[in-house]
Write a protein that binds this ligand. Sequence first.
Ligand code: GDP
Ligand code: ZN
Length: 325
Amino acid sequence: MTGTVIKNTGSNYLVRTDNGTNMSCKIKGNFRLKGIRTTNPVAVGDRVTITGDKDETNYITAIEPRRNYIIRKATNLSKQGHILAANIDQVCLVVTLFHPVTSTTFIDRFLATAEAYRVPAILVINKIDLIEDDAEAMEYLDAISYLYESIGYPVVRLSAKTGEGINVLRSQLNGKTTLFSGNSGVGKSTLINDLIPGLELATSEISDTHDTGMHTTTFSEMFEIPGMDDKSYIIDTPGVKGFGTLEFDKHEVSHFFPEIFKIGADCRYGNCTHTHEPGCAVREALENHLISESRHSSYLSILDDSEEDKYRKNSRDYGNKWGIK
Ligand code: GDP
Ligand code: ZN
């Protein structure tokens, strides 16, 4: 029998079989990835073969090769990885511009990581009901939406509270398996509950710190979204802020900023880091406001992490109050 792993807690795996029943399984055999130590050899989203029937212990005996997978450190200090999800079509980052504030640096790091995994990303900006009467905040919302859409990321503005924008999101999710991610307090659980009535994920009135995902191993779970034209699934990753840290190679960072990468083809030097080199097309584009200050500064911050040199010595004045253009 074949099926998809929809939940993994410790050594137990819940598998949704292709004929629609859920079966609790253990694993038999060695599924470890070569070269990587993981806490979970089988992950949510894996396509698996299982044996046994309802009355005895069921075993996962084989995994189909993964199209992709997202892995993070099991805990902050661990050398082991934890596979958040496998075989996903896209990731959805839920953010709020205010209440709580999400920095563009956080968004850009998330998007760059998604690029590194070669997984398409969409951006959901939630809680727009809170800013509808605030012209300045709406202006910021417009600027942020324009910025990310112009790079090629779909942006959905919505209110999980009033339902505004939900149908636009549903059309983005149709026929796909989407991994949801977001800082705590942005309304990710409220939004998933909207999409999947009856699920009743716990939402929190006050933001607490238990779910920072730093010291605990979190367990992903896959849900089908009802009422869609084509089969559509959400993978929720409770308590996971971003994807964790990827170790970017200094010369690769620009590959993960599509607009910087594109313009970087015109730099004088092939290995240009877009920080100080003469004939840098990226810095010229920055001068001409064709690349946003905030994106470039996020790029520099990732570069800083992968390089002991301080590239920020020529840090710039932001041209407007939001730091984006
Ligand atoms: P999570 O930590 O991202 O899962 O966030 P929750 O879903 O628990 O929501 C955090 C708080 O934000 C709760 O008090 C929600 O009621 C509230 N909330 C979620 N979505 C919205 C929204 O669209 N508008 C407003 N005003 N509040 C929201
Ligand atoms: Zn350059």
